[in-house]
Design a protein around this ligand. Structure first.
Ligand code: AMP
Length: 375
């Protein structure tokens, strides 16, 4: 195992807020950070040492980038496989390219999960309208059709309530492959953010509870309000997944908890995750620092929480009536503000988040919601 020590340069594909928080942690530890994406003046680029602005398909630029860094990771999973393979000719890439390839397509991911005995929602592969019709008959209504690739935050998804919705939902795929899932009447959504090091060490942040609004994560808090059995099973699944994948880096496993207290995996994120943002302020070692440590072959840090914590996302909608009143929220001393350096506050765009720590989870949730209300 080669250790990449402070003073070295970490390359990162992608340049959003996840890369930004990764870069903050890496630079704190004395690393240089080089971000690669097609954007410029990006959330990551603003805090990185170097910013390459090139297309992922420009493999000459990718190779030059890979030769200029000591190790490569990524902050979002839709980096093309060819790009990662080109980088891997010159330097280590963590998590490995096969994992990225598997997780960037819902169908490949679900097939992998089923083949390895992990619990998922019933699903069908949809290529033609008849697949959808037959699948809906088998799975039943309501169900949900998602594009197999390149979807996030509910993009490319449609809920199908009855046979009348089938044709419209199918045309929404625009010729892409789809995955039809049964609609889960869940009790709640939870996630396990965890990390696995190159020596096989595993750490986790327990179970985080997540509330979505319009398919976008709205509120996360930890510890989740779940039974001990659900807690243990969720962590056990995350560990087993990390080991099966020989994973290196930070991983998030998103689950539905069904009304009859069963866990179903919704999806995997092979990187730090929005539901782990609260670890930045609430834990001894954040999910981003774990990613730095794991990809550099260093020991992982303590995941201990200082206090229960809650986080709310700040979407572009908040800016519609002008600049939010930051001072009002910051007047609450338990509140921590994170803004991602984005200049265009479009509705639905993740612009930042707020975290609050408190002695009880209920108080932390109340505080963070109140802070957002005051904005
Ligand atoms: P996804 O992009 O698949 O993570 O979906 C975003 C959100 O949509 C999830 O966090 C759920 O709140 C909701 N959702 C997705 N798939 C399902 C499903 N099969 N049943 C119920 N809700 C779902």
């Amino acid at each position: 195992m080669k250790q990449i020590l402070p003073g070295s340069t970490i390359g990162i594909f992608g340049s959003g807020q996840l890369g930004r928080m990764f870069a903050i942690e890496a630079r704190k530890m004395g690393y240089s950070v080089h971000t690669y994406s097609h954007g410029s003046d990006t959330p990551t680029g603003q805090v990185a040492d170097f910013e390459t602005c090139s297309e992922y398909a420009d493999l000459d630029a990718v190779r030059a980038f890979a030769q200029s860094v000591d190790v490569v990771t990524f902050e979002f999973e839709n980096v093309p496989s060819a790009t990662v393979e080109a980088a891997a000719e010159f330097t280590g890439v963590h998590p490995k390219g096969e994992i990225l390839y598997m997780t960037q397509n819902r169908l490949r991911e679900k097939n992998f999960l089923v083949a390895n005995g992990f619990p998922v929602t019933p699903f069908r592969h949809v290529k033609i309208l008849d697949d959808l019709k037959n699948g809906a008959m088998e799975i039943g209504f309501p169900c949900i059709l998602k594009t197999a690739g390149f979807g996030y935050d509910g993009k490319g998804q449609s809920k199908i309530k009855s046979a009348e919705d089938l044709a419209d939902a199918f045309s929404g795929l625009n010729g892409a492959d789809g995955v039809l899932e049964s609609f889960v009447e869940f009790e709640k959504e939870v996630s396990v953010v965890c990390a696995r090091g190159q020596n096989g060490n595993f750490v986790h942040y327990g179970v985080t509870e997540n509330e979505h609004a319009s398919h976008i994560l709205d509120v996360s808090f930890a510890p989740a309000i779940v039974t001990e059995r659900i807690f243990n099973e969720a962590v056990e699944i995350a560990l087993s997944l990390a080991e099966t994948l020989e994973y290196v880096g930070t991983l998030c496993v998103e689950f539905f908890v069904t009304k009859d207290e069963k866990l179903l995996i919704n999806e995997l994120a092979p990187r730090p995750h929005n539901s782990g943002h609260l670890t930045f302020d609430a834990c001894v070692t954040s999910q981003f620092e774990q990613q730095v440590r794991a990809v550099c072959g260093l020991p992982l840090g303590s995941t201990e929480f200082h206090k229960p914590a809650a986080m709310v996302n700040l979407l572009g909608d908040l800016w519609q009536k002008g600049e939010p009143d930051w001072a009002a929220a910051l007047a609450m001393p338990e509140v921590k503000l994170h803004l991602y350096g984005k200049t265009d506050p479009r509705p639905g765009r993740k612009m930042g988040h707020i975290t609050a720590l408190d002695d009880t989870i209920e108080n932390a949730i109340d505080s963070v919601k109140e802070a957002r209300r005051l904005l």
